[in-house]
Structure formats: C-alpha cells, structure tokens
Ligand binder design. Structure first.
Ligand code: ADP
Ligand code: MG
Length: 240
C-alpha cells in the first residue's frame, strides 16, 4: 500500500533522510523507533505529502505521492495523520472537530457526518463528551478525539507521530488501547513511538532509524529482543 523507495531529503545543506526504503502492506502495522532528530517525523510527513522530498519515490496504492500535484488532496484523505500534540481546533466542540474534515473536505452532509462522528467517538470511549471543548479534556481524551477525527476521513492508512509522547504516564494506556483495537481490526498503520511494549505486541515489523537511515528492520521479537546491530542495541539499552 505504501512504498518508500530510496528517498533523500535535505533541509538547507543538511541531509536528514539518506536513502530510506520500506514498504507497508495493507493491514500491516509498522513501528519506527529511533533517537530524537533521526528523521522519523520527516518520513511520516513525506508519506502524506506535508513535506517534499528531494529524490527517490513514495507511492501510495501505486500513485506517486507528489505534494506539488493535485492528486495529493485525494491521497491525504486516504492517509490520515495523528500528531504528538493532538492539533484539535480549540474553539470547536469534540463533535465539530470530528465532523469538520468529512464536511469541509469530503462534502458530506452534516447529519451523516454527525452520525458517523458519534459512532467513532463511542468507539474511542468518548460518547459522553460530544459537546465538550478540547481545553476541558485530558490529554488522553484529546488524543482519542484526534484519532476519531482521523478515522472520520475513512482512511486506508493512519500515520501516528509519537501519539503518546505528550501525555502524562497514566493516560498513555487508554490511547494505546484504542490503537491496539484499530490494529486488530486490520487498519494499516505506521507508528513512530517510544512505547516498546506496544511495538513488541502490535507491530508486524519494526524499523530502527538513526541519522536519517534505517539501521535495522525486522519482526519485533527479533529486533527488540536480539538486535543484530550494536547501534540498535545501544539505543534499546537507553530506552528500555
Ligand atoms: P525525529 O522525528 O526523528 O525527531 P525529525 O524528522 O523531526 O526527527 O528531524 C530530523 C532532522 O531534520 C533534525 O535534525 C531536525 O532538526 C531537522 N528538521 C526537521 N524539520 C526541519 C525543518 N522544517 N527545517 C530545518 N530542519 C528540520
Ligand atoms: Mg519527531
């Protein structure tokens, strides 16, 4: 479904992505781990066209991801993104946050969009918060709204960029539970995370990224338990 083929990306003179390639098949969960500044967010942003890349190709369902082409609008509705800092609209209710995309981008009728939003908010355990505003929710609840909002676009894949890193520790579990449920339902997911327990349990494959390159990739049982590369071992010793 997602094919990243030898992409390179520089900011000014600094090359931050140095020939990264990987594929994500339909229904797969791929976790990307690696130190801060290694290029994890940049890769996710390139996949849904929020960022340009200098060379190589990214394709989604066989279509080239090209931020300068109008096809990017369609690709973005199929590849939703969930950010570390929720990015909800602060002056809108929970329900309005979830219906905004379907109504504005997909031209859905308000009633239909609201019916679907209620269903999705039930799914993430927030059926009783439809009229609440983001500032009155905990970080975990806000992130669950953000996931419902991503799902409202009926995406084929969801990219998560450290979705639990901004949360107090006691709120991490409720968000990971929602993500685990999505994975079990067969959602295609690319997850940048420091939650090694989640990666071990849910990922089909884990990529270890360092300095803009994939050092090692494999099933979580191999990569997390018996990493082959010293750099992966060092990283895992620091985070676990
Ligand atoms: P990660 O998500 O793994 O922490 P990022 O993808 O955010 O890493 O960043 C990779 C590198 O690119 C870092 O050195 C960062 O400082 C740099 N970088 C990211 N975004 C920009 C930008 N818009 N302009 C300049 N440098 C950037
Ligand atoms: Mg990042």
């Amino acid at each position: 479904m997602i094919k990243v083929d030898d992409i390179h990306k520089s900011f000014g003179a600094v090359e931050v992505i140095k020939g990264v390639s990987f594929e994500v098949k339909q229904g797969e969960v791929v976790c990307i781990i690696g130190p801060s500044g290694s290029g994890k967010s940049t890769i996710l942003r390139c996949i849904n066209g929020l960022e340009t890349y200098d060379s190589g190709t990214i394709t989604f369902d066989g279509r080239k991801v090209d931020p300068s082409d109008k096809s990017i609008v369609g690709i973005r509705t199929q590849v939703s993104m969930v950010f570390q800092r929720f990015n909800l609209f602060p002056h809108r209710s929970v329900l309005a946050n979830v219906t905004e995309g379907p109504i504005q981008v997909k031209g859905e009728k308000k009633a239909a969009a609201e019916a679907m939003a209620v269903e999705l908010l039930e799914k993430v355990g927030l059926a009783n918060k439809l009229d609440a505003f983001p500032e009155n929710l905990s970080g975990g609840q806000q992130q669950r709204v953000a996931i419902a909002r991503a799902l409202a676009m009926r995406p084929s894949a969801i990219l998560f960029d450290e979705p639990t890193s901004a949360l107090d520790p006691e709120l991490v579990g409720e968000v990971l539970t929602v993500m685990r449920d999505l994975a079990n339902e067969g959602m295609t997911m690319v997850v940048v995370t420091h939650e090694m327990g989640f990666a071990r349990e849910v990922a089909d494959r884990v990529l270890f990224l360092e300095s803009g390159g994939i050092v090692e990739e494999g099933p979580p049982k191999e990569l997390l338990r018996n990493p082959r590369h010293e750099r992966t071992q060092d990283f895992l010793h620091r985070v676990i």
